[in-house]
Write a protein that binds this ligand. Structure first.
Ligand code: ATP
Ligand code: MG
Length: 435
């Protein structure tokens, strides 16, 4: 591999951010003299993005965004469209969350920058990863880990409630993600079944950090009322301010109820009635829900935040006792700066081997150590960071980071029942109108 250094250069083309040129070779493969070194995949791609007509056209019409080839639509939300895409070098599938910058008011822009900064801090098996952020004058693209197994809302609406075993495994993964983010003082504020995604292998991924916020401490008061009303905690309707963690905990109680019964605990045909139901915590758990699960739901859905279960109490509850996690439940801190790739001191044998695999995959694509040193691998707006994070995650998955928890012992798997109520209704997240 040529040991040349790469630099980001700017040319007339709007996509020139991606022309990672090499001081020794900037041309097409065809222009290369016979004895010149073969071009690396990176060199070929950057050359095509600058000189190949078809590639340039695809970039102009949006069939390509940066290093990504864009495919069909996979979802949409209040603020975004989400498309499937592939990384042109690594071939990995990603989800592109596309936001129209011209339609973002200042409040939405603030939410978006919080979404990006929250996701940048999070690296957990049950949280969707942010690989890269691509900006054009009119659009903003969040390049996200792709979860190809659909969302929890659609799953329950089409297949009915989850059996006890699946509920345990699913809930335990959500809980692990929430414990991790709360440890980092990040509050999600929009936990709902539509935002719980699955990979094609069935691993849970908490998504949509559009309403998330980072608090100074877990005791910091918040006063922006947001989220989806059926999942909103009573204090959001009742008080002028609220604490973040208990609001996420309440939403998890609603989620758990929905998982095990296939219906929502609080339902009403007007917002006023829904609000009353929630403030009075008036709900009925069907008697066939197993006792330990009923006790957990009651411990969570307490109208007073101070009396509500904390995340650690939920983790220690009887219902989750048989669940065995394949990895430490919640790593205390996110991994160190990504530049650790280049550092010599390694704490952990496994990390070292993962990093070695990533380094050699990067080298095969044409990225050199100098190249990595020249770019801030913590900068989400760099295409080099995108490749690095995708390869790192791919390697971590090979090392088992997306393994599912298991339930020890024989657990009865009740026959699935069709969902009678609540079919087809999706919850829009918005600022709650409180008056
Ligand atoms: P809202 O605020 O209405 O929930 P949003 O604009 O914040 O929506 P998201 O919830 O992040 O958007 O995404 C919208 C939909 O796109 C999701 O419900 C899901 O179906 C799909 N989607 C989002 N991210 C991914 C992903 N990483 N992998 C697969 N599908 C995704
Ligand atoms: Mg959403």
């Amino acid at each position: 591999m040529p040991g040349s250094q790469y630099q980001l250069t700017r040319t007339r083309l709007s996509h020139s951010l991606y022309s990672l040129t090499d001081s020794s070779d900037g041309g097409h493969e065809e222009e290369r003299p016979n004895d010149a070194p073969r071009l690396t995949p990176l060199q070929k791609l950057t050359a095509a993005m600058c000189k190949d007509e078809k590639t340039i056209k695809e970039l102009i019409i949006g069939r390509r965004v940066g290093f990504y080839k864009v495919r069909g639509e996979i979802g949409y939300g209040t603020f975004s469209r989400v498309k499937l895409a592939f990384h042109a070098l690594t071939k990995d599938k990603v989800a592109l969350k596309i936001l129209d910058r011209t339609r973002l008011d200042s409040q939405t822009q603030q939410l978006l920058s919080r979404e990006i900064s929250s996701m940048e801090c999070l690296q957990h098996p049950n949280v969707i990863r942010l690989y890269e952020v691509v900006e054009t004058p009119s659009r903003l693209f969040l390049v996200l880990e792709y979860a190809g197994g659909g969302d929890l809302h659609n799953r329950i609406c089409s297949e009915g409630k989850l059996c006890d075993n699946t509920s345990k495994i699913t809930f335990a993964q959500i809980l692990s993600a929430v414990k991790y983010m709360h440890n980092l003082n990040i509050i999600h504020r929009d936990l709902k079944a539509e935002n719980v995604l699955f990979t094609s292998a069935g691993c849970v991924k908490v998504a949509d950090f559009g309403f998330s916020t980072r608090v100074a401490s877990r005791g910091s008061a918040l006063d922006t009322f947001c989220g989806s009303p059926p999942y909103a905690a009573p204090e959001l309707f009742r008080d002028d301010s609220y604490l973040g963690p208990p609001v996420d905990v309440w939403a998890m109680g609603v989620l758990l109820f929905f998982m095990v019964t296939g219906t929502m605990p609080f339902r009403a045909d007007t917002m006023g009635k829904l609000r009353r139901c929630i403030m009075e915590a008036s709900y009925a758990i069907p008697p066939w829900v197993p006792g330990p699960c009923q006790r957990l739901i009651r411990g969570i859905l307490k109208p007073l935040a101070a009396e509500r279960y904390a995340v650690d109490q939920m983790l220690g509850c009887d219902w989750l006792l048989p669940v065995e996690f394949p990895w430490a439940l919640a790593p205390p801190e996110p991994p160190g700066p990504l530049q650790s790739l280049l550092e010599s001191e390694r704490g952990n044998q496994e990390d070292e081997e993962v990093e070695e695999e990533v380094r050699s995959a990067l080298e095969e694509l044409g990225f050199t150590a100098e190249h990595l040193r020249n770019h801030q691998l913590t900068d989400s707006r760099s295409p080099v960071t995108g490749v690095y994070r995708i390869l790192l995650h791919r390697t971590q998955k090979r090392w088992g980071c997306d393994s599912l928890p298991v339930v020890r012992g024989v657990v009865r798997d009740p026959k699935r029942e069709g969902l009678r109520a609540y079919r087809g209704l999706r919850h829009t997240s918005k600022f709650c109108v409180l008056s």
